[in-house]
Design a protein around this ligand. Structure first.
Ligand SMILES: NC(=O)c1ccc[n+]([C@@H]2O[C@H](COP(=O)([O-])OP(=O)(O)OC[C@H]3O[C@@H](n4cnc5c(N)ncnc54)[C@H](O)[C@@H]3O)[C@@H](O)[C@H]2O)c1
Length: 258
């Protein structure tokens, strides 16, 4: 079922929602919001302590969650984690994929190595591809699914000094466009989100000049908050997002207006 007119489609009651990158920042905020809206959230991240902190918040405030330690560069680990979730809960209604890293910042492209690119592409791009491949078959069988990946405004506009990150996020934006069309008639929507700078651990080590450049391009005049992005993640992961697919939603304080 892709539409449910007359119901509160932003609610997640009885839905199983997998959230990656759930130990921190946007993923943690999205997992908490989706749980507050009634979802059963499965938290995935490579950071076990961070997962425990997110889970504690959810279980205290909202309901029940389950955590699994997973490195998204481990393709077979992704397959087994998804298999385990399906065996236990019978289905995955939505995947919100927020695992990601920044990689080198403030470095010109000619000074970067193949390894610099490989490391970030493996997490930000291949991780997203493998997660999508792992959840799609059961979503197709159920004729329902929502997939939302965290891309970045860097993938649309590019930020200087961040070539591997820009490349990974532009690749992700391209990836969802075609895959969304493959699945558009099957009750499955696949979208991405492109935030500008959001206050989180991701930016702690960002080169100060690069950070100043990115902040200067936000007309609202501040960084975004994880909770603000979580609202968009929750929409794209919900039944309410039934007529938008292959799209990259901006959340950039006015930086992107197209
Ligand atoms: N914060 C920003 O300014 C910003 C802007 C645009 C896009 N994004 C994107 O949003 C997503 C979330 O970023 P955030 O700000 O919440 O960052 P964050 O650092 O707070 O959270 C990212 C999470 O991903 C996890 N992670 C990293 N590598 C992993 C791996 N190999 N396997 C499993 N988990 C892994 C980390 O442990 C962390 O919990 C990322 O994809 C990021 O690129 C962030």
């Amino acid at each position: 079922m892709s539409t449910n007119v007359g119901f509160d489609n932003s609610h997640f009651s009885d839905q199983v929602v997998v959230v990656t990158g759930a130990a921190s920042g946007i993923g943690a905020a999205a997992a908490k919001l989706i749980a507050r809206r009634g979802g059963r959230v499965i938290l995935l991240d490579r950071d076990e302590a961070g997962l425990a902190a997110t889970a504690e918040g959810i279980d205290r405030e909202a309901g029940i969650s389950e955590s699994m330690v997973l490195d998204v560069t481990d393709e077979s680990g992704i397959k087994s984690a998804v298999g385990e979730i399906l065996a236990k809960y019978g289905r995955i209604d939505a995947l919100a994929n927020s695992a990601g890293i920044t990689g080198p910042t403030g470095v010109n492209v000619e000074d970067l190595t193949t390894e610099d690119f490989e490391r970030i592409l493996k997490i930000n791009l291949y991780g997203s591809i493998w997660l999508t491949q792992a959840v799609l078959p059961s979503m197709k069988a159920n004729k329902y699914g929502r997939i939302v990946h965290l891309a970045s405004i860097a993938g649309k506009e590019g930020n200087p000094g961040m070539a591997p990150y820009n490349t990974s996020k532009a690749g992700l934006i391209g990836f969802i466009k075609g895959v969304a069309k493959e699945n558009a008639s099957l009750g499955i929507t696949i979208n991405a989100i492109a935030p500008a700078v959001i206050r989180s651990n991701l930016n702690v080590a960002t080169n100060p000049e690069t950070m100043a450049y990115m902040l200067s391009r936000i007309p609202v005049g501040r960084q975004g908050e994880g909770e603000e992005v979580a609202e968009l993640v929750a929409f794209a992961a919900s039944r309410a997002c039934s007529f938008t697919t292959g799209f990259t939603f901006d959340i950039s304080g006015g930086r992107a207006t197209y």
